[in-house]
Design a protein around this ligand. Sequence first.
Ligand code: SF4
Length: 436
Amino acid sequence: MESKNKKLYIETLGCQMNKSDSERIKGIMSHFGYIDADENDADFLIVNTCSIRKLSEDKAYSKLGNWGARKKAGEDIKIGICGCVAQQEKENLLKKFPYIDLVFGTHNIYELPELLKQEGRICAITNTPVSEKKFEIIRTKGINAWLPVTEGCNNFCTYCVVPYTRGRERSRSLDNIIKEAKEILSKGYKEITLLGQNVDSYGKDLKNGPDFGDVLYELDKLEGDFRIRFTTSYPTDITDKVINTVKNGKKICECFHIPMQSGNDRILKMMNRRYNVEEYSKIVKKVQNEIENVTVTSDFIAGFPSETEEEFQDTIKMIKELSLDYANTAAYSPRPNTPAGKMTDKFIPDDIKKRRLFELNEAIKEATFNSNKKYEGKILEVLIEKENFKDNKRILEGRLRNNKVVHFESNRYNIGDFAAVKLNRASTWCLFGEEI
Ligand code: SF4
């Protein structure tokens, strides 16, 4: 598939790992002369898919449908699909969508240069990763850069496709991580977010190698004014060493994303989560007690197969009891080939799932507002990400170290600056302040 067309568009769905993969794909494609383009202007269109929920999978198919219609109408475009849906559906996608030119899996990104030289319609899916090669990464402009430290997962939660689509957990070498972090900083980024399906288990696959606490410690030592974030943490993999490194680090942000998924022990067991409510609560409280101004955010699923009303109410109770700062929520969505997806006789009707999701969201809204309220009156550092103009005023938007969004008026600061801001008023989703 030798390219004469040179404009690339990638539609990225799903998690930050996909966003990071898309940046790597853009970097690889730039070696073939491709430049970033708008969707309507591009001649190579790729959808980087997510299969965590059916909705996201449907979104990818609808994109393909639109692009297919353009091709059918005579546009000279190439269409590719990658990511978790590609890894899962493989050649079926070529059969189902006759206008797709290229299907490549989550392990095949670094194979793109070879794939692009081949003729005809191609499906490249392997279950073992093609090893990382050096390519420039074309990162999304802004102040934050994604930096994957692990990929894959060994946990096999019964509702999740990640261990099947991303494979077993693999840690990158600490040297590679540090090298990439230095490159990121040399380009002027002010924030590095370390990514992994489970960042805290970093290093378990490296013999006598470093652990996640070491990664944080080493990155914290790098020169410059910048912040380090990390996501996602599996509750029982968070060590005291990680907590202490965050507490004592200068650049590591005080923010943990620790998915709980359910506040009921029976449901946690059915999900194959390897902790109970008591163990989860203990780790959250330890983080909250040890680290000043820390936020703990979470994920919850409403209507997991067989979840009773009482069990669902346990989740609502835990959100309040744990003083969580925010959580992502979703109604349970059955995924192909997962153990929970086969519990069809235990599925919860859609209307009940919808109502529980609504209740969950209301509880999260209340928790988020209460959390924001705690910051009223404090003076904290904001890293500025955006500017907006309203009623002849320049309003800056940024984040506290603990990831809370802050808006304040200023003509003094620019995007990428750190500013001391007095936080005057909390709303549900952000804080309003003034520069000092
Ligand atoms: S920890 Fe569970 S939910 Fe998270 S990626 Fe692994 S299997 Fe999926």
